[in-house]
Design a protein around this ligand. Structure first.
Ligand code: ATP
Ligand code: MG
Length: 416
């Protein structure tokens, strides 16, 4: 194990005060505690940490007893959220090794999937249960040192993503780790160590066992954290795209499909970099558009009108996507509106100009039209020009339609 003076690699002034306070209070009460995970990794690379996580040998109950306003969350993996001023620090108790048999604290499925992971242990045991070597570094802010049990520092210097332990076993325990490999390789622009990479193919089908709600969360982290384009490219290289977004992966043959998807991801990355708002509804609408278009053309062959075909194709593509990633209704409904509107934007009917401009999804639908026109310019340029002119003529009404009214709440009659 390597111990390195903290100041040699990290500027202490960049540490989040709230996280240091949590560590100090735990330490003052006789527990050991460290800043771990992404914050340490990002500080070492020179990036800005998204959040600060703390690991300790205190149990969740012992942590809760020390901090007012803290609470235990999660079942499969229990952690404590500690509120410190405006910050929330995630405090995790060191995980230990499993004896293999199912207990109240740990449970493994017959395929090696870890269903519960609440066996507590030492720092050394905790380190080997983490996912990547670069995520398994511990900052001891009390004794001012970095603890490195798994050569994480060396991998950071070599710019390598390496899974800890036997790759296949670790992927079997939690298949989401495969997606995390892709995500961190993309975010950090690191290479993937050979075994970490080649062990993915034989077990990638296990991602189908992961609950679709968790896969949706992971998809958001992959595509909406500022490194969407790189994440997409890594997923494609690793053969993982078809497990989470089969409807995207199946329609990549055409050059225009590739262009639309990459441009949508690239634009989202740029907006995030500039702190502009982004919605997953638009991004997923754009990524899935080639599938919707192809399916709608297929349906049009069977005597469906274009609007009907677009609508039906949108429904089918959404249904199939939902089997993998649980896109919530608040995103999937606008997604389908954006697709359906494409027909109205392609064929401008003079009577419907203003009603179309006022639609809440007009702007998003127009943005998709722009992406489509960029990818295959000949057919759509006149439509783009038309709607640009109309927006310039009536700027105030664009997207002005009010939010749908909710049914009024029943008023309780006042008791006299
Ligand atoms: P960021 O928050 O910047 O996305 P992070 O590395 O902090 O990155 P989190 O998801 O916040 O990622 O997880 C915190 C730490 O918990 C990780 O650094 C890693 O050590 C550990 N971890 C997270 N998910 C897993 C997992 N599926 N298997 C093993 N360890 C994990
Ligand atoms: Mg984190």
């Amino acid at each position: 194990m390597l111990e390195l003076p903290l100041d040699q690699r990290i500027d202490r002034s960049l540490l989040l005060h709230a996280a240091v306070s949590v560590v100090e209070r735990l330490s003052d009460n006789g527990y050991s505690a460290f800043i771990v995970g992404g914050a340490v990794r990002d500080l070492l690379i020179g990036g800005k940490p998204k959040d600060f996580d703390v690991a300790t040998n205190a149990t969740p109950e012992q942590v809760v007893a020390l901090f007012r306003g803290s609470r235990i969350i999660g079942r499969r993996f229990r952690i404590v959220h500690v509120r410190m001023g405006r910050e929330i620090i995630e405090v995790t108790t060191f995980r230990g090794s499993h004896k293999g048999d199912d207990t109240n604290e740990s449970k493994t499925s017959h395929r090696g999937l870890l269903l519960r992971d609440n066996v507590y242990g030492t720092l050394e045991e905790d380190a080997v249960r983490r996912d990547l070597s670069v995520n398994a570094l511990y900052l001891d802010v009390v004794d001012n040192k970095i603890l490195d049990h798994l050569n994480g520092l060396e991998d950071i210097d070599q710019r390598l993503i390496r899974i800890i332990g036997d790759p296949q076993t670790r992927y079997q325990e939690d298949p989401v780790r495969m997606l995390r490999v892709a995500r961190f390789a993309a975010k950090l622009n690191f290479d993937i160590e050979a075994d970490t990479e080649k062990s993915i193919v034989p077990v990638k089908h296990l991602l189908a066992d992961v609950p679709s709600a968790r896969l949706f969360d992971e998809a958001l982290k992959l595509f909406m954290s500022g490194y969407g384009l790189q994440s997409y490219e890594r997923l494609e290289e690793l053969g993982l795209l078809d497990v989470i977004l089969p409807e995207v992966a199946d329609h990549l043959r055409s050059r225009s499909a590739q262009l639309i998807i990459k441009k949508a991801l690239g634009n989202t990355d740029q907006r995030i970099a500039r702190d502009k708002p982004c919605t997953p509804a638009f991004l997923f609408a754009a990524m899935l558009w080639p599938a919707v278009e192809e399916q709608s053309l297929e349906l049009s062959k069977h005597s469906m009108s274009r609007p009907e075909a677009l609508n039906a194709a949108g429904q089918q593509v959404t249904q199939r996507t939902l089997q993998r990633i649980a896109i919530p209704k608040r995103f999937s409904m606008p997604m389908r509106e954006i697709w359906s509107l494409q027909h109205r934007l392609e064929h401008q009917s003079p009577k419907r100009i203003k009603p179309t401009l006022t639609l809440r999804r007009f702007r998003a639908a127009f943005d998709l039209l722009l992406l489509r026109a960029d990818a295959s310019p000949d057919s759509l340029l006149s439509a783009v020009k038309f709607w640009e002119e109309q927006q310039a003529l009536y700027p105030d009404i664009v997207g002005s339609q009010p939010e749908e009214k909710r049914p009024p709440k029943k008023r309780r009659r006042r008791q006299r």
